[in-house]
Design a protein around this ligand. Structure first.
Ligand SMILES: Cc1cc2nc3c(=O)[nH]c(=O)nc-3n(C[C@H](O)[C@H](O)[C@H](O)COP(=O)(O)O)c2cc1C
Length: 366
């Protein structure tokens, strides 16, 4: 029943969608990291928050972060960092009809099957509001990675339903991603995606798609060879996100269409004296360990479960009923999932970067 993730850089999230607030405790962040919440944390929360555009849920939350502990005079203390975001625009009454019935393909039935009790107001812990804590902690991990290792992590919407964007993970810039509310750095594809979401939203329905993510500047050697493989922990991080249904690293499922000789990333001598691969079908991870190339992964998000279209379901007494859901919902979770995916990759990389410090204790053998 864990709400915690990571080993050396460990986070525990808390809070429900329509309770007092949501947040995170970070344990293991090194001391002396310069941290200004307004500059280092709030911008990522602003990218995740609801009510940003017509493509997101109209719930209005400023999502202002409060630092409760672990930061003093602008620097981390090395003690647990407590971050809180209070819920302001909770309207539990909008969910009254969910008290006794189960939304198709949401977590209502399975939560009740597990606990025998559930917070029916806005999905409780299953709500994407839980990801506030992940994004806040991910922003701290991002700062640590940037300061300590020069790592940059970016994600973008690469597909909405069948509309594909053309994006080069090696060169894509944050300004291109943030240039439109879809967060797709291919402007022509972004326009098509926007039109499609508008059309589907107008019918009270929803859409899914794919978020792609890159980490540039990750040194070779992060990860582990067996159970804690870097790509296995990335998969665990991403598939723990609400509505995430698929994960790929590098060539992913498409790679199976090639032969070994076509698929291999040939090594050439790199400018820094290390082997380098001009192609990157491995997605920057080989044998569960980073190889120094950009880390590239993709996460598939299903169409939002809560839709205004009438659907068949069952109530707690076992009666067949129909439901056309009310409440405020994302017609497509993809634009808001972008900062959440970035946060999860930052958390995995910061954790493994710290864990590698315990490996690199003796001088290199010449
Ligand atoms: C950024 C984001 C926003 C979401 N918004 C909604 C929403 O408005 N309505 C909804 O039903 N599900 C939404 N979800 C997904 C649900 O939280 C999720 O589908 C639900 O918890 C069931 O879990 P599962 O889909 O992983 O099986 C969102 C997910 C993300 C990542």
């Amino acid at each position: 029943m864990s709400s915690s993730f990571g080993k050396a850089f460990r986070i525990s999230t808390f809070g429900e969608s329509h309770g007092g607030g949501v947040g995170v405790v970070i344990d293991g962040c090194p001391p002396r990291l310069a941290l200004d919440p307004a500059v280092d944390i709030q911008p990522d929360l602003d990218r995740r928050r609801p009510g940003q555009s017509r493509f997101t849920t109209p719930r209005q939350e400023a999502d202002r972060v409060e630092v409760l502990s672990g930061v003093f005079e602008g620097r981390t203390l090395g003690t647990p960092i407590g971050l809180l975001v209070r819920n302001k625009d909770a309207r539990p009454s909008a969910y009254e009809e969910m008290r006794d019935l189960f939304r198709p393909s949401h977590a209502d039935y399975t939560t009740e099957a597990k606990y025998g009790v559930r917070n029916w107001q806005g999905g409780g812990r299953a709500s994407a509001r839980e990801t506030v804590g992940r994004v806040a902690a991910g922003a701290v991990a991002r700062k640590l990675l940037r300061e300590a290792a020069g790592v940059e992590v970016l994600a973008w919407v690469s597909r909405v339903q069948a509309i594909h964007a053309k994006v080069d993970p090696e060169t894509v810039a944050k300004e291109e991603i943030e240039a439109n509310p879809i967060r797709c750095p291919d402007p022509a594809a972004a326009q098509e995606m926007a039109d499609l979401i508008d059309e589907i939203r107008g019918r009270g329905d929803s859409l899914g798609g794919v978020v792609e993510c890159v980490a540039r500047g990750v040194p070779a050697g992060l990860g582990a060879p067996v159970f804690d493989k870097l790509d296995a922990e990335m998969a665990s991080a991403m598939l723990s996100l609400p509505a995430a249904k698929g994960f790929e690293v590098g060539s992913g499922f498409e790679g199976t269409l090639l032969t070994g000789s076509e698929h291999n990333d040939a090594f050439v001598p790199g400018p820094d004296g290390r082997p380098h691969t001009p192609t990157n079908r491995s997605g920057g991870v080989q044998g569960g360990i980073s190889n120094g190339e950009p880390i590239v992964c993709r996460v598939a998000f299903k169409p939002t479960a809560t839709v205004g279209v009438e659907q068949q379901t069952v109530d707690r007494a076992g009666n067949a009923v129909s439901l056309a859901a009310r409440g405020r919902h994302d017609p497509c979770v993809l634009p808001r999932a972008v900062p959440v995916v970035e946060a999860m990759l930052c958390l995995v990389l910061a954790d493994h970067w710290l864990r590698q410090r315990a490996v690199d204790v003796l001088p290199e053998i010449g």
